[in-house]
Design a protein. Structure first.
Lengths: 257, 200, 564
C-alpha cells in the first residue's frame, strides 16, 4: 500500500532518536535566528540541518522539497525586489525590471526563513514513523482518541485513493466525460467526489461500530505494547540544542549592549 | 449558546475526523486530476463542521494541516492550520444556526467562511512571507497593489480575497449538494437532542 | 438462568415510524449455536447490534423490553463494558478494522490495549488467536493489504482475543469470495467445539442447518419462529418470509421423503441426514436431458477476442494468450479472485487497453473507441454501487447514463422507469439512494446501466449481499434481457445461481480459460473445477452422494424426467 507519509524506513542515528528530540530540534532551529536576529544565524541553522540530513542519509528525499519551495521564494524575491515600499537603493536592473536593495534584503530574510523551516521539518518528517510519533505522544499523556485520529488518517487516505480510479472508471462507463474544456471538467467534479464522500461517510458508521465493540470508549488506562523512553543520545542531543539556544540569547543581549 | 458549541465526544466523531481529512485530500486530488483552477481542499472540513459542530469542524481543519505538515514535510501547509481551524469552526457555527438548509444560507455561509479565511490568513502571510500567498493570480494582485503604493496589509488582504473567496464559494456549493443527500441513518448519529425513548 | 434472555425486545430507529424490532423473545443456553434468518431488512442486523448495546446507546431512537447477557442488561450497560462479554463481527471485512494499525498483530491487540489488559497477557492472547485463526504468517503485514477472507479472520481474531462469552456473527461471509467464505466457515465450525455461545446471521442455509442448535426466523422485525433447523426448514410458509430452505430439504420435499411421518413432518436439512435416509430415496434418477445451449451450435458472434494479452505491469501478465468468441447466450465467468475475470471484462468494456491482441465487437475493433463512446453499447455494472451513485434521488441516478449518451429527457425518464421496474425498485423512485440498503443500491446501479439499453450487459458479482428475493429478481432480469437479445455476461461466485440462470460457463484460472462450454458439461469437468478451486453446485454434489448418474444442476431437474 502506498503511504502518504514521507518517512524513509532505514536504521540511522536520526530514526533511532526519540521523536520529541526531533520536535525540539524543529523549535530550536526555527527560533534561534529569530532571537539572534542576524542573517549569519540562518546560515548556522541551515548548516546544522544539512549535517543532520547527510548523517540521516535522506539528502535525495530533501531535494524535491527544496525545489518545490523555490517557486514561492522566487515570487517573494520578484515582488519585494521590484515593489517593496521601502525600496530606495537601486541594486541592478534586468531590462525594464529594476531591483532594489531594501526589498531584496527583506526577501532574503523571508527566503532563508522558509528554507530553514523546511529543512528543520524535513529532518523530522523523513526520519519519524507516524505510528511511533503517535505512540510517543500518547505515552506522554496525549489523549489516545486523538492519537487514533492521527493514525487513522494514514490508513484511510491510501484506501480512499484506491477507490479514485474505480470511481472514474464507473462514471466513464456511464458516459461521463472527464476530459475537455473547463466547463466539462468542472461538471465532472461532483459525480467523482460525491461517491467518495458518501461511501467514506457511510463507512464511518460501520467503523464507529467496530471501534465501540473493541472498547474504544473504555475508561481504563490504555496499555502500550512498547515503552518509548528518552535514551542517553536523546538527552545529549537536547542538551546540545539547549546550549545553542542559550548561546543565541546571549548573542542577542551582547549585540544590544 | 451552549447548543451552538455542544459536541458529542463519541466514536462516531473520532472516525468522522479522519474521513473528513481524507475527503479534503481527495477533493484536492480530483481538482488537480481534472485540472481545475481551484484548490477544493476544504470540502471535508466543512462537512465535519456541519455534522459534528464547530468544535469538530475546527479540529478537522487544524488536524488536517498539522498532520500533512508533520508528515509530508509541507511546512507551508502547517502555517495555515489556524485558517483551516477558522473555516471549520465558522461553517460549524453557521450550520448550527440553521444556515446550511437552504441555498441562500449556504451562500451566506460561504461568505462567512471565506471572510474568516481571509482575516486569519492575511496576518500569517505578512509574518511568514511578507504578504504573498503563492497563488499566481493572488500574487499578481499583490504585486499590482504594491506597485501602486497601497499599504502592504491591504495588498495582502486583496491577494487573499482573490484566492480564497471564489474557492470557498465553490466548495460550499459542493458541500451543500452533498450534505443534502446524506442518508438519515448517518446524520442521525450526529444529532444533538436524542434521548432514547422508552417503548415499555 | 439461561446465558442470554431476550424479553419482548422492541426498537425503532430515529426518524422512522416502523419498529425495526418488534417483540423479540427467546433464550439461549451457554454453548449453543443459534442461527438467525430472514430476508434483508427483517431486523437481523439490528438485533445483532442490540446484543452489544449499540442499539440503543449509539443509534438512539426508541427502545423497549429487555436483553440480558449473563445477567447484564445490554440496554443499560456501557458498550465498553459489554464488549468484554459479547463480541460482534459483521459483513464488510475492511470496515471492521480499527483503521489505525499498521500490522495484523497490532490490529488484534487494539481492543485489548483499550481495555487496559497487562502487556504480557495481551501478547499471549494475540499470539494464541493468530495461531487459532491461522493468520500467524501475516502478523507483520498491513491488514488493509490482505484479501477479504484473511481480513475477516483478522476481525474474528480481534474479537476472540477479547475473550467474550458470546460471539455475534452478522453475515460474516456475505461479502467474500468462495475461498474466503470457506476460510471463515472453517473458523466458525471450530468455534462450535470451543463452548463459546454463537449467534450467527447467514443467508447460506446449508451451512446454518449444519451448525445450528436452533434457528430464529424473523420477518419485518417480528419473531416468526424459534426452533430446531429441521422444524424451521420443514415449514411450508418459508417462501412468504423470503427464505429458501437448504437444497437437501428442497430435494427431500420434492421427493416427499421425511424423517418422521408424524403430524409435523421433518425433512432432512443436511447432507449427512440425507445419506442416513438413503434407503428411502429412489434408486435411480436420470436428471436433466435437454441442453439449453450447445457449444458447437453456430451462432452469431458478438465479441471476438483474439490472442489477448494484458498486464498492469510489464513483468506480470494478468491475461495470457486468450482467444474467445462470445455469442448471445447468458454466460457466467467463474474462478477464484485473481484469476483475471474482472480484468477481462474491463478489457471488453474498453476501460483497459490490451498489451497485444484484438477485441472485435460486431466485427469492429473496440480499441479505436473511447469508453464514453462505448457506454451505450456495452453496459458494465461495477461490484460496489457506492463507486457510482451521486444523485440524491433514485430516479435521477438512473437517468444519468441515458442523458450522457444523448437521450432526450422524456426518453431518459421513460427508460429509467422501465429499468427500475425491471429491478423491482419502482416504488423507491423518489428515495435518496443512500437511504436504501446495500442490496437495494446494487439494484439501482443495475437499473442505471440497463436504462442505457446496452447490447451487452456485464455484471460483476451481482449476487453479493442479495437475499433470496433479490437473487430471484436478478434471475428474472437475466432471463428477460436475454430474451430481448441482450448479451448478459456475469462474474459470479455462486455456483447454484449460475446453474439456475446461465447457459454457458467459462472457468478462468491464472489469466487463462481452462474450461468453456454449456453448464451441463462444465460443471461435471471435475479436474478443471479443482484446478480453479471451485465446487460443483450443491445439487450435483448431493446427487453424487446418492449415486445418481446423470446431470443434476437444480432441484427442478428431479421433476424433469424419469422417476423410477
Amino acid at each position: 500500500m502506498k503511504s502518504i507519509s514521507l518517512y524513509v524506513d532505514q536504521d540511522t542515528f536520526l530514526t533511532r532518536l526519540h521523536s520529541f528530540s526531533k520536535l525540539y530540534y524543529i523549535v530550536v532551529a526555527i527560533i534561534i535566528p529569530l532571537i539572534g536576529g542576524s542573517l549569519g544565524l540562518y546560515g548556522l541553522c541551515l548548516g546544522l540541518s544539512f549535517c543532520l540530513i547527510i548523517a540521516g542519509r535522506i539528502v535525495k528525499r530533501v531535494l524535491p522539497l527544496i525545489a518545490f519551495s523555490f517557486t514561492i521564494i522566487l515570487t517573494v524575491f520578484l515582488i519585494h525586489g521590484l515593489f517593496n515600499q521601502e525600496n530606495e537603493q537601486i541594486l541592478f536592473s534586468l531590462g525594464p525590471l529594476i531591483f532594489y536593495q531594501e526589498g531584496l534584503l527583506y526577501a532574503t530574510k523571508i527566503g532563508l526563513n522558509i528554507l530553514n523551516m523546511l529543512l528543520a521539518f524535513a529532518v523530522f518528517v523523513l526520519t519519524t514513523r507516524p505510528a511511533v510519533l503517535v505512540d510517543d505522544l500518547e505515552q506522554a499523556g496525549f489523549s489516545p482518541r486523538f492519537g487514533y485520529m492521527i493514525s487513522s488518517v494514514f490508513q484511510i487516505i491510501p484506501q480512499m485513493m484506491g477507490t479514485m480510479n474505480t470511481i472514474m472508471d464507473a462514471q466513464r462507463s456511464r458516459g461521463l466525460e472527464t476530459e475537455g474544456n473547463l466547463l466539462v471538467r468542472t461538471r465532472a467534479f461532483i459525480p467523482l467526489i460525491s461517491p467518495v464522500v458518501n461511501s467514506s461517510l457511510i463507512n464511518t458508521r460501520e467503523r464507529a461500530i467496530a471501534l465501540e465493540v473493541r472498547g474504544f470508549d473504555s475508561k481504563q488506562k490504555k496499555t502500550f505494547l512498547q515503552d518509548h523512553k528518552l535514551q542517553r543520545e536523546d538527552k545529549l542531543f537536547m542538551a546540545f540544542m539547549t546550549i545553542l539556544l542559550i548561546g543565541s540569547v546571549i548573542w542577542r543581549i551582547t549585540t544590544w549592549l | 449558546m451552549k447548543q451552538l458549541f455542544k459536541t458529542k465526544w463519541n466514536a462516531a466523531c473520532f472516525v468522522l475526523i479522519p474521513a473528513c481529512i481524507g475527503i479534503n485530500y481527495l477533493g484536492k486530488l480530483f481538482a488537480s486530476v481534472l485540472k481545475l483552477p481551484l484548490w477544493l481542499d476544504s470540502i471535508g472540513t466543512c462537512i465535519g463542521g456541519i455534522l459534528g459542530g464547530p468544535i469538530i469542524g475546527g479540529i478537522c481543519g487544524a488536524a488536517n494541516n498539522l498532520i500533512f505538515g508533520f508528515t509530508t514535510g509541507d511546512s507551508i501547509t502547517l502555517v495555515y492550520a489556524l485558517t483551516s481551524l477558522g473555516i471549520g469552526a465558522a461553517v460549524g457555527i453557521m450550520a448550527r444556526l440553521g444556515h446550511m438548509k437552504t441555498l441562500s444560507g449556504a451562500l451566506l455561509t460561504a461568505c462567512v467562511a471565506g471572510f474568516t479565511a481571509v482575516v486569519i490568513s492575511t496576518p500569517l502571510n505578512l509574518i511568514f512571507w511578507g504578504g504573498t500567498t503563492g497563488n499566481i493570480w493572488g500574487d499578481a494582485v499583490f504585486a499590482w497593489s504594491q506597485a501602486s503604493g497601497l499599504p502592504v496589509i491591504l495588498g495582502s488582504f486583496l491577494d487573499e480575497v482573490v484566492v480564497d473567496i471564489p474557492d470557498k464559494f465553490i466548495t460550499l456549493l459542493i458541500v451543500f449538494t452533498i450534505v443534502k443527500g446524506l442518508p438519515r441513518k448517518l446524520t442521525s448519529l450526529y444529532e444533538l437532542d436524542d434521548e432514547v425513548v422508552s417503548l415499555d | 438462568m439461561a446465558l442470554i434472555e431476550v424479553k419482548q425486545l422492541k426498537y425503532r430507529y430515529p426518524h422512522t415510524e416502523k419498529l425495526a424490532l418488534d417483540g423479540i423473545d427467546f433464550t439461549v443456553e451457554k454453548g449453543e449455536f443459534i442461527g438467525v434468518i430472514g430476508e434483508n431488512k427483517a431486523g437481523k442486523s439490528t438485533l445483532c447490534q442490540a446484543f452489544v448495546g449499540l442499539v440503543p446507546s449509539m443509534f438512539r431512537g426508541a427502545y423497549g423490553g429487555k436483553l440480558f447477557v449473563d445477567g447484564m442488561e445490554a440496554g443499560k450497560t456501557p458498550v465498553a463494558e459489554l464488549c468484554r462479554h459479547v463480541g460482534l463481527v459483521f459483513q464488510n471485512p475492511f470496515n471492521q478494522l480499527s483503521g489505525a494499525k499498521e500490522t495484523v498483530f497490532e490490529e488484534v491487540a487494539f481492543g485489548l490495549q483499550n481495555l487496559g489488559i497487562p502487556r504480557g497477557e495481551i501478547i499471549r492472547r494475540v499470539e494464541d488467536n493468530l495461531a487459532r485463526l491461522d493468520i500467524t504468517e501475516y502478523r507483520n503485514r498491513n491488514p488493509f493489504d490482505l484479501s477479504g477472507g484473511q481480513t475477516q479472520r483478522v476481525a474474528i481474531a480481534s474479537i476472540l482475543a477479547m475473550e467474550p462469552q458470546v460471539i455475534v456473527l452478522d453475515e460474516p461471509t456475505s461479502q467474500l469470495d468462495p475461498q474466503g467464505s470457506e476460510e471463515v466457515f472453517k473458523v466458525v465450525e471450530a468455534l462450535k467445539h470451543t463452548g463459546i455461545t454463537v449467534l450467527m446471521v447467514e443467508h447460506k442455509m446449508e451451512k446454518l442447518a449444519e451448525y445450528c442448535d436452533k434457528i430464529l426466523l424473523m420477518h419485518e422485525g417480528k419473531q416468526i419462529a424459534y426452533d430446531t433447523p429441521e422444524q424451521i426448514f420443514s415449514r411450508d410458509d418459508l417462501d412468504k418470509y423470503g427464505i429458501q430452505p437448504p437444497v437437501y430439504t428442497r430435494v427431500s420435499k420434492t421427493l416427499n421423503i421425511s424423517k418422521s411421518e408424524w403430524e409435523n413432518k421433518e425433512y432432512p436439512v443436511t447432507l449427512s441426514q440425507i445419506v442416513e435416509l438413503k434407503e428411502d430415496f429412489p434408486k435411480k434418477l436420470t436428471g436433466r436431458t435437454r441442453l439449453e445451449y450447445r457449444g458447437d451450435e453456430k451462432q452469431e458472434e458478438l465479441f471476438d477476442i483474439q490472442d489477448l494479452e494484458f498486464g498492469y505491469t510489464s513483468q506480470k501478465l494478468v491475461i495470457q494468450n486468450l482467444s474467445l468468441q462470445l455469442s448471445k447466450n447468458p454466460t457466467a465467468l467463474i474462478g477464484q479472485n485473481g484469476a483475471g475475470k474482472t480484468t477481462l471484462v474491463k478489457l471488453l468494456k474498453g476501460l483497459l487497453k490490451p498489451n497485444s491482441g484484438r477485441i472485435l465487437l460486431n466485427g469492429e475493433d473496440i480499441s479505436g473507441k473511447s469508453v464514453a463512446k462505448l457506454a451505450g453499447m456495452v453496459g458494465y455494472v461495477f461490484q460496489n454501487p457506492d463507486d457510482q451513485i451521486f444523485k440524491t434521488r433514485v430516479m435521477d441516478e438512473v437517468m444519468v447514463g441515458p442523458l450522457h449518451i444523448g437521450m432526450s429527457k422524456e426518453m431518459a425518464t421513460e427508460k429509467a422507469r422501465w429499468a427500475l421496474e425491471m429491478v423491482g425498485m419502482s416504488h423507491w423512485e423518489q428515495e435518496n439512494p443512500y437511504d436504501l440498503d446495500l442490496s437495494e443500491r446494487k439494484m439501482v446501479a443495475i437499473a442505471s446501466v440497463i436504462a442505457m439499453e446496452p447490447k451487452v450487459l456485464i455484471l460483476d458479482e451481482p449476487t453479493i449481499a442479495q437475499d433470496d428475493r433479490g437473487r430471484k429478481v436478478l434471475g428474472s432480469i437475466i432471463k428477460k434481457l436475454s430474451e430481448n437479445g441482450v448479451f448478459v455476461l456475469a462474474i459470479l461466485h455462486d455456483m447454484d445461481f449460475v446453474a439456475e440462470y446461465f447457459d454457458r460457463v467459462i472457468v478462468m484460472a491464472h489469466g487463462e480459460v481452462i474450461s468453456d462450454g454449456p453448464k451441463e458439461s462444465v460443471f461435471y469437468e471435475k479436474e478443471s473445477l479443482t484446478l480453479a478451486r471451485l465446487e460443483q453446485p450443491h445439487m450435483a454434489r448431493l446427487c453424487e452422494a446418492l449415486d445418481y448418474e446423470g446431470i443434476f444442476l437444480t432441484v427442478e431437474d428431479l421433476k424433469d424426467k424419469g422417476r423410477e
